[in-house]
Ligand binder design. Structure first.
Ligand SMILES: Nc1ncnc2c1ncn2[C@@H]1O[C@H](COP(=O)(O)OP(=O)(O)OP(=O)(O)O)[C@@H](O)[C@H]1O
Ligand SMILES: [Mg+2]
Length: 275
């Protein structure tokens, strides 16, 4: 193939160029720079770790285009090579707290985005029910329940269905499993990996669990304490087994220990700096 006909290099799906965000005199993130390539038929899974208050949610909200974090004070955020548009279904966010509508049933919550898009009632119902099953809920038993009647794990399944039904290119997840018990959490990780492989989207996943980050991520970004900046970017093995098996593997644990040591050093140097 001649050079002239070679396919162009894939654009970056998300790019931060020296992004700084200040609220008043407080600098929340400083000079954050990274590139996530648009991998066709795959999408990357980026896990974000960092101490509380270092600006992880700020980074997600800048990608989503949500104010007041958007726009940055300095630097540039690019989505697929262009400026960040208004929040839209090309970028969907799943929050830590349960964000379903309390007055809508599971089915109507899952179908909400389709309703906004003007999809017919019949098609909405069909697709919502398909997604309810995909996230491991029981259509007959759960579709007509209200969020108040569900456990935390079930609510996060609804949140995931509500997001993925819209086939977003970028999925932003802010500590979605933080409130779940350890066993449910592992099940949710496994489910997410399976759905992500199908969705072929780019995922940004914020967590405080190093094991979760190493398990889910293709890459892990470790942020410094505030003002947050990327301290370390690490490629980690992709999840090819259920988390319970993979997390026993000595090679897996090596990554976990390395990141834990890095974060310990970071926290103790921050404390020393505070004195
Ligand atoms: N709307 C806002 N106005 C002013 N300051 C804000 C605003 N949103 C966030 N901040 C500040 O920015 C800093 C970073 O907040 P952010 O929520 O991004 O942290 P985080 O890394 O997600 O923390 P956590 O792990 O606790 O969720 C904090 O000091 C916070 O108080
Ligand atoms: Mg946060």
């Amino acid at each position: 193939m001649s050079e002239a006909t070679a396919p162009p290099a894939p654009a970056n799906i998300v790019e931060f160029r020296q992004v700084t965000k200040r609220f008043g005199t407080m600098t929340v993130i400083r000079d954050v720079t990274f590139c996530v390539p648009d991998l066709p038929q795959k999408g990357e899974f980026i896990a974000i770790l960092g101490p509380s208050g270092c600006g992880k949610s700020t980074v997600l909200r800048l990608i989503a285009g949500l104010r007041p974090h958007h726009p940055p004070t300095e630097g540039t955020v690019l989505i697929a090579g262009g400026n960040v548009g208004p929040p839209g279904s090309d970028r969907s966010m799943v929050f830590q707290d349960y964000t379903s509508f309390d007055n809508r049933t599971v089915e109507d919550n899952v179908a909400f985005g389709l309703e906004c898009r003007g999809v017919s009632a019949r098609e909405r119902r069909e697709r919502a029910r398909e997604w309810i099953a995909k996230v491991g809920l029981d259509v007959d038993r759960d579709a007509r329940k209200y969020p108040g009647e569900l456990s935390g794990g079930m609510r996060q399944r609804v949140a995931i269905a509500r997001t993925l039904i819209l086939s977003p290119r970028i999925i932003l997840m802010d500590e979605p499993f933080g409130a779940l018990d350890p066993t449910t959490r592992l099940h949710m990780q496994e489910l997410l990996v399976q759905l992500w492989k199908e969705a072929q989207a780019t995922v940004f996943f914020v967590t405080h669990s190093i094991e979760e980050a190493v398990y889910l991520g293709d890459r892990v970004y470790v942020f410094s304490s505030a003002p947050g900046t990327i301290l370390r970017e690490m490629a980690v093995p992709p999840p090819d087994r259920p988390p319970k098996d993979m997390q026993r593997d000595p090679a897996f644990l090596e990554y976990v220990y390395e990141i834990r040591d890095l974060m310990d050093t970071l926290m103790s140097s921050t404390r020393a700096g505070d004195d």
